[in-house]
Design a protein around this ligand. Structure first.
Ligand SMILES: *[C@@H]1O[C@H](CO)[C@@H](O)[C@H](O)[C@H]1NC(C)=O
Ligand SMILES: *[C@@H]1O[C@H](CO)[C@@H](O)[C@H](O)[C@H]1NC(C)=O
Ligand SMILES: *[C@@H]1O[C@H](CO)[C@@H](O)[C@H](O)[C@H]1NC(C)=O
Ligand SMILES: *[C@@H]1O[C@H](CO)[C@@H](O)[C@H](O)[C@H]1NC(C)=O
Length: 364
């Protein structure tokens, strides 16, 4: 009897592994599995199936860490290899997913020239164009997240450089492509905010010392940070407790682009009722020092929360009490100032927000 039960448990476990995609790198997602020499001409990949586990189109180069481009030494964030997408070039991989579920894609990218570079990431029929104008990390590589809803069980993930530059050696570098299933959280009777602690979000690499950028969702409908929208022009950064200091749980958000990046959620409220919005403001222990201010909004009500950061981790709680004037209230946060890391003046950083609680006051 016990043996039979154990067996059925084992079977169930095996089936889950066989049919569901595991969170982490997609097949050859870090490009460490090299193409055959015969499929390359110099650094250029020749033929649609030259790159193991991927299908390529256009001018795609296979880049080795330490390779030189002009006077520039190319850096690869993970392992020894990356790819570069030339004008109109793309890489594609077929993914087995579960129809109806939400997924987030995380990948690292670096731009190579001064030109404005962009990447179009898509899983048909959804796509998003990620601008790579702003460099958030000083080594030039940033990780980005993008999310989609699977309309089929088998989908094509395409990363495409829509650019047309004069210099064919220009075009973004790509490395470490990963996927994670997302489980959209729901509000509870304890908290009206969804994903209040940012515990549901995109995949973070084990050594994600620079976090993952959540770009503004301009074209795409789904957020890699379920429940939340990134508004304005620039990204916010998703950080984890393994590599940063976070006020609560395993994850938090760092507001890295001043007023240019706002994070927001629209919640249901009852007109005339009084609510309290409370949240943590802190720093991520990443040498982000100085006088910071987080501005929080609940509809038209607002509060400015000053925070003196020594860059060594820590937080304070803040509360905004407001009366709802509508059945929908927009909760939003941004940082008043830009901040740079004291140990690295070319990396943007900022205050951390976490543990966002919205409650209605009884008897109002
Ligand atoms: C996707 O599923 C097909 C058939 O169901 C299988 O042959 C293929 O190996 C799977 N791919 C991955 C990446 O699991
Ligand atoms: C991005 O790619 C998708 C899918 O290939 C395409 O439909 C869309 O038009 C592209 N968008 C841009 C701006 O290139
Ligand atoms: C993470 O970084 C450590 C130390 O730099 C290294 O030993 C380890 O291999 C890295 N792990 C991954 C998954 O890259
Ligand atoms: C901040 O980081 C340093 C060095 O990584 C570590 O020694 C220290 O314990 C961290 N501080 C907190 C509050 O976690």
């Amino acid at each position: 009897m016990r043996g039979a039960m154990l067996l059925s448990v084992l079977l169930v476990t095996t089936c889950r592994f066989a049919f569901s995609l595991k969170d982490g790198l997609v097949e050859n997602g870090n490009f460490e599995f090299s193409p055959k020499q015969s499929d390359m001409k110099g650094t250029e990949l020749i033929g649609r199936y030259a790159l193991p586990k991927w299908e390529i189109s256009g001018f795609v180069e296979y880049i080795k860490a330490g390779q030189k481009q002009g006077d520039m030494l190319l850096v690869v964030p993970e392992g020894a290899y990356a790819v570069r997408l030339g004008n109109e070039a793309s890489i594609k991989q077929i993914l087995n997913v579960t129809k109806g579920m939400y997924y987030s894609i995380t990948f690292s990218a670096a731009r190579t020239c001064a030109q404005e570079e962009k990447l179009n990431i898509s899983v048909s029929p959804e796509w998003g164009v990620l601008p790579m104008q702003t460099m958030y990390s000083s080594n030039g590589w940033d990780s980005y997240a993008w999310a989609f809803k699977a309309l089929l069980d088998v989908v094509d993930l395409v990363i495409h450089n829509p650019g047309v530059e004069e210099d064919p050696a220009c075009g973004p570098l790509i490395d470490s492509v990963a996927i994670k299933a997302l489980y959209p959280p729901k509000p509870t009777n304890k908290n009206i905010m969804k994903n209040w602690g940012f515990e549901e979000g995109p995949y973070l690499f084990p050594n994600a010392t620079s976090g993952v950028l959540i770009p503004p969702n301009i074209e795409d409908k789904h957020s890699p940070l379920p429940g939340w929208m990134v508004e304005s022009l620039k990204a916010v950064k998703y950080i984890n407790a393994e590599n940063f200091w976070v006020p609560q749980g395993r994850y938090a958000i760092e507001l890295v682009a001043g007023k240019e990046s706002a994070i927001a959620q629209v919640v249901r409220t009852i007109t005339g009722k009084t609510y309290t919005l409370s949240f943590s403001v802190g720093d991520a222990n990443n040498s982000c020092e100085g006088s910071m201010v987080v501005e929080a909004f609940a509809g038209k009500d607002t509060i400015k929360v000053p925070y003196e950061s020594k860059g060594k981790g820590g937080f304070k709680r803040a509360v905004l009490k407001f009366v709802a004037v509508s059945t929908r209230t927009r909760i939003m946060f941004y940082s008043t100032f830009y901040t740079m890391r004291s140990d690295d003046f070319s990396s943007l950083c900022g205050p951390v927000i976490d543990d966002v609680k919205l409650l209605s006051l009884r008897g109002t």
